[in-house]
Design a protein around this ligand. Structure first.
Ligand SMILES: [Zn+2]
Length: 326
C-alpha cells in the first residue's frame, strides 16, 4: 500500500458506495409505493363499478401505463446511481494524484484530470449495454423483463379474481397489495394467487445493488489501469464475509481469490488484467497495490516533469493524455 492517504481514499470510496446502496433502496421502494397509492385511488373510485369486460380492459390498460412509467423511472434512476458509483471509484486515483500534484507542485493537474475524465462514463457503458455479462442483456432489457413479468402477474391476478367472482373493489385491493412493497400479503391472498411474486421490488433492488457494485468495480479497474504506479489488485474479503458466507454455507470463490498467490505477487493479488468479476451480491473489495510510497511517486513525477528520462511515464502520457487530446 502506497500510503495512509491511499488507504483512506479507498475506505471513503467504499463507504460512499455503501451509502449510495442504502439510499437507493429507499428510492426504489418509493417508486413502487407511489404505484400502489395510485392503485389504491383507483380501487376507491372503482367501488361502485361492476366488473364488466369493458371496465377490466380499461383498468389493465391504465395499470400498464403506470408500469411503463415505473420502468422509465427505474431506468433513469439506475443510470444515475451507477454513474455515481463509478465516480466514487475513480475519485480514489484522481484525489491521490491531485494530492501529490499539490504537495510536490508538479503542475500536472490538467494532465491528471484528462487522464481520469472519461473513466466513469466508459465504465457504465459496459453495464448499460450488457457487455460484461454472459447473457449480454443490457440495463434496459433487464428492467423491461422484470416489469413485463409484473404485467403478467397482474393479468393473472385479474383473471383469477374473475374466476373467484371477486367484486371490483376487492380485486383492486388485491392488485394494490401486489404492488405495495410494504404490504403484508394475507393468507387469503396467497391462497388465491399462488406463484405471483411475493415482493414486488425484489428484482429491482437486486439489479440496482449488483449494478452499483459492478459499476464501482469496472470503474475501479479502468481507473487503476490509468495509474502507472499500480502493480496489481488485491482481493479483500468483506468484514461480514465470514459470518454471512463461511459459517452458513462454507467458503466460496471469494475465499480462493483472497488466498491465491498464483502470480507470485503476494496473497490475494492479481495482475490488473486477471482480476475476476465479483459474483452478484459479493461484498468484497479490490484495492490497487502500489509498492511505492506517496513521496517516492511525487519524486518520480517531479524528475519526469523536469525532463528526466522515464519511458514508462512517457508511454503513460502518450497513451492516456496525448491520444485523448488529439
Ligand atoms: Zn465476495
Amino acid at each position: 500500500m502506497a500510503s495512509d492517504l491511499y488507504k483512506k481514499l479507498c475506505k471513503e470510496a467504499q463507504n460512499n458506495k455503501l451509502n449510495l446502496t442504502k439510499k437507493n433502496f429507499k428510492t426504489i421502494r418509493d417508486i413502487f409505493k407511489e404505484l400502489s397509492k395510485e392503485l389504491e385511488i383507483k380501487a376507491v373510485k372503482a367501488k361502485r363499478k361492476s366488473l364488466s369486460e369493458r371496465f377490466l380492459l380499461d383498468y389493465k390498460k391504465s395499470i400498464d401505463r403506470s408500469l411503463k412509467i415505473v420502468r422509465e423511472e427505474l431506468y433513469k434512476n439506475n443510470k444515475k446511481i451507477i454513474l455515481e458509483s463509478a465516480k466514487y471509484a475513480n475519485e480514489v486515483q484522481l484525489s491521490f494524484f491531485n494530492t501529490i500534484n499539490n504537495q510536490f507542485d508538479l503542475g500536472l493537474d490538467k494532465t491528471f484530470n484528462v487522464v481520469f475524465s472519461k473513466v466513469p462514463e466508459d465504465a457504465i457503458k459496459e453495464i448499460i449495454r450488457g457487455e460484461m455479462y454472459k447473457d449480454r442483456k443490457g440495463l434496459s432489457l433487464r428492467i423491461w423483463t422484470d416489469t413485463n413479468n409484473m404485467s403478467k402477474d397482474i393479468d393473472y391476478i385479474i383473471s383469477k379474481g374473475i374466476a373467484e367472482k371477486k367484486d371490483v373493489y376487492s380485486l383492486s385491493k388485491d392488485l394494490e397489495m401486489y404492488v405495495n412493497p410494504e404490504a403484508k400479503k394475507t393468507f387469503e391472498y396467497n391462497k388465491v394467487y399462488p406463484g405471483t411474486r411475493k415482493q414486488i421490488d425484489f428484482n429491482a433492488q437486486r439489479l440496482a445493488r449488483t449494478s452499483i457494485n459492478h459499476a464501482f468495480f469496472l470503474s475501479n479497474i479502468r481507473s487503476c489501469k490509468r495509474n502507472p504506479f499500480v502493480e496489481g489488485m488485491k482481493w479483500e474479503l468483506s468484514m461480514s464475509h465470514h459470518e454471512r458466507q463461511v459459517i452458513k454455507f462454507g467458503p466460496d470463490e471469494c475465499d480462493d481469490y483472497a488466498e491465491q498467490n498464483e502470480y507470485n505477487m503476494g496473497r490475494g493479488v492479481f495482475p490488473l488484467s486477471e482480476l475476476p468479476l465479483p459474483h452478484p451480491q459479493c461484498l468484497c473489495s479490490q484495492y490497487a497495490v502500489l509498492s511505492k510510497s506517496l513521496e517516492d511517486i511525487g519524486v518520480d513525477l517531479g524528475k519526469w516533469v523536469r525532463g528526466e528520462n522515464n519511458p514508462s511515464l512517457d508511454n503513460w502520457y502518450k497513451k492516456y493524455y496525448l491520444d485523448f487530446m488529439r
